[in-house]
Design a protein around this ligand. Structure first.
Ligand code: CTP
Ligand code: CA
Length: 295
């Protein structure tokens, strides 16, 4: 394969990529996790940097070396991933959720190691995790409803996390209640007012005011074993994202390989097939579609 030269078509764009897989603690030494290696997310981060973007990579339990030129935030649990993604996406143009997020977590975390001498094992009660991708879509929808023109010159639009913070706080609170999360944690994660507020200020000073409700492009990933296109299309709509990269899993298509094939579902457009190839090629195909949607 000939390595193709990359356009600098993402230059000046702020992009958040999540990668890897979250872990949910059972006790201090054990967790519920998944097999995500982080390779696809890292390929996305690397190629976005190569195309000129300013990249924040939120990495959940990835053992790969930091990609040059990206800001890497390391997290472990879904709650931490959510905090980091929401904090970074307040003034981002694009968010790509390539991380495999645990759907459930143990309802309680034991402070001490569970000992087998305590008799027969107890079953582990699970509770649902917040859906970060759906939350991003919901917040943007709320921000658009509040500012239909997408004027972007108001303080609220310049600092969309601020605009989304109030509706977002309610949403996060509700999600937190469902998830049984202590409200303090949700409030601190759902309203990253310090960081985003000050960041937004210095950005405005640099003339880097975000345009309209952000992120402008939201990308999800999905692994499906059956009815790939129908399930993917439903997921795209349910989560309110613009692109959904759907992988067929099973039949020997293993995690941790350097190749990937996918169908990219496009909101309001035809699906794009990306043939089996290096994860960098899939990443570039995603960035081609993202770049076409950025104004
Ligand atoms: N995702 C997320 N938060 C979650 C679960 C998933 O942000 N709690 C994101 C993933 O990062 C991915 C997309 O949603 O980009 C789709 O994940 P997937 O697991 O396929 O979707 P689910 O809604 O969890 O549905 P399923 O029951 O098929 O697992
Ligand atoms: Ca899931």
């Amino acid at each position: 394969r000939v390595l193709r030269g990359r356009p600098r078509d993402l230059s000046g764009r702020r992009i958040v990529v999540s990668a890897g897989g979250t872990r949910e603690a059972i006790d201090p030494v054990r967790f519920i996790g998944n097999r995500s290696s982080g390779l696809q997310g890292y390929a996305l981060a690397r190629t976005a940097v190569a195309r000129g973007a300013e990249v924040t990579l939120v990495a959940a339990n990835v053992t790969l070396p930091d990609p040059a030129g990206a800001t890497v935030v390391r997290v472990e649990s879904t709650a931490e991933l959510r905090d980091a993604v929401l904090a970074a996406s307040g003034d981002a143009d694009v968010v790509v959720m390539a991380a495999a997020v645990a759907d459930f977590r143990p309802a309680t975390r034991h402070d001490e190691k569970i000992k087998k001498s305590h008799g027969e094992p107890e079953s582990i009660q699970l509770t649902k995790n917040p859906d970060i991708l759906a939350e991003l879509g919901r917040r943007r929808l709320q921000a658009r409803a509040a500012d239909p023109a997408g004027a972007g010159e108001t303080a609220g639009a310049a600092v969309p996390a601020g605009a989304a913070a109030h509706p977002g706080r309610g949403t996060a609170g509700a999600a937190g209640a469902v998830a049984g999360e202590p409200s303090g944690r949700v409030a601190s994660g759902g309203v990253p007012s310090g960081g985003v507020g000050s960041g937004g200020g210095s950005e405005a000073a640099q003339g880097r005011v975000a345009r309209g409700p952000h992120p402008e492009v939201i990308v999800g990933f999905a692994a499906e074993t059956h009815d790939v296109l129908a399930n993917g299309r439903a997921k795209l709509v349910r989560k309110g994202c613009d692109l959904l990269v759907v992988n067929q899993v099973g039949e020997g298509k293993a995690f941790g390989t350097s190749d990937n094939a996918a169908t990219v579902l496009v909101a309001g457009g035809e699906p794009v097939e990306v043939p089996l190839g290096p994860k960098e090629d899939l990443a570039d195909a995603v960035w081609d579609l993202v770049a076409a949607r950025l104004t």
